[in-house]
Design a protein around this ligand. Sequence first.
Ligand SMILES: NC(=O)c1ccc[n+]([C@@H]2O[C@H](COP(=O)([O-])OP(=O)(O)OC[C@H]3O[C@@H](n4cnc5c(N)ncnc54)[C@H](O)[C@@H]3O)[C@@H](O)[C@H]2O)c1
Length: 360
Amino acid sequence: MTRKIRVFIAGLGNCASSIIQGLTYYENANSEDTIPGLMHVKFGDYHISDVEVVGAFEANSKKIGKDISKAILEPPNCTTIFAKVPKLGIDVLPGPISDGVAPHMRESFFAYDESKVKPVNLVDAMKEAKADVLVNFMPVGSHDATRIYAQAALDAGVAFANGIPEFIVSDKTWADKFEAAGIPVAGDDIKSQLGATILHRVLAKLSIDRGIHVDETYQLNVGGNTDFENMSREDRLTTKRISKTEAVTSIFPYDVPTRIGPSDYVPFLGDTKVCYLWLKGRNFGDNPVNIQLKLDVTDSPNSAGVMIDVIRALKIAQDRNIAGPLISMSSYAFKHPPVQIPDFESKEKVEAYIRGEIER
Ligand SMILES: NC(=O)c1ccc[n+]([C@@H]2O[C@H](COP(=O)([O-])OP(=O)(O)OC[C@H]3O[C@@H](n4cnc5c(N)ncnc54)[C@H](O)[C@@H]3O)[C@@H](O)[C@H]2O)c1
């Protein structure tokens, strides 16, 4: 008999909203159905309806104190509403702000006044809610805040899914801490279902497999949500650039000049993300091959199904007493995993992991 997977989320923004709506939207899905964006309706022993959000930490004064079902509708969240989430009976808690809110984002995020509001004790809150998994969905650049939440997961004995480009699972010191504590982790920086990174990786791999010599490539991304507003300052997006760039350069067996990353904030795009991809190469006789591609996608739901699979992979690890980084799931589902594995191979490995044929 399986039990529910109790999830806490740090950062109840657009990505969290898409996950929570998806849990309502698909709660009665037939186990044999195919759901866009999920590997399986029933992942191992866990049906999508076994995932339960039991708490959320926030910095936004408009979200704190509200039921999670209402808080996901508060500004600046702007993603599509595709499900009416019933009242969950769980109020959003104030978490430590630390560097989660950049100076240029204090107004956009309606950051609470730290002289008036005291953040809750993260460990106590997660223990009280009997959380199994903590998902990190704070803004890019939350270096210190991520480490505060990761340490809290360690102290509370909760598995950690790191959705953002802060290097925890791919950092040996942190990975070892989780391994030593007997806690599974997956990360870093969630890879969307069909986003710029996977498209770029597939085009790079195809070019190499077909013997094209790639001379240069870029991937420019624009969007209008707070993720893009936050990253409109270059100092905020250093790790995002590293994560997105390494996800592509790791495919090439030689050095290729690249420019890859978030490129501008266009407010009226809302939660639409537009990616412009360019790849210039040579085929037989050094003749030119140029690929130009434009992807237009609703940003936040694009990673929601992937994270729901990650949550279930972490719960399976807990059931099997597996600690430390989940290698196959991290490679399949994240841009900056501890080990980069080609995408089709990592998918097969995750299937083998679900069946219990490989440990991690
Ligand atoms: N497809 C995708 O959308 C995608 C893919 C890969 C990575 N990510 C990453 O996931 C993260 C979340 O994305 P999003 O679009 O939901 O962003 P968002 O801006 O909508 O949400 C971030 C939330 O974190 C909250 N926050 C800020 N500081 C906090 C703190 N100290 N404690 C708790 N909450 C805090 C903000 O108030 C906000 O609600 C971002 O880092 C993004 O880059 C998203």
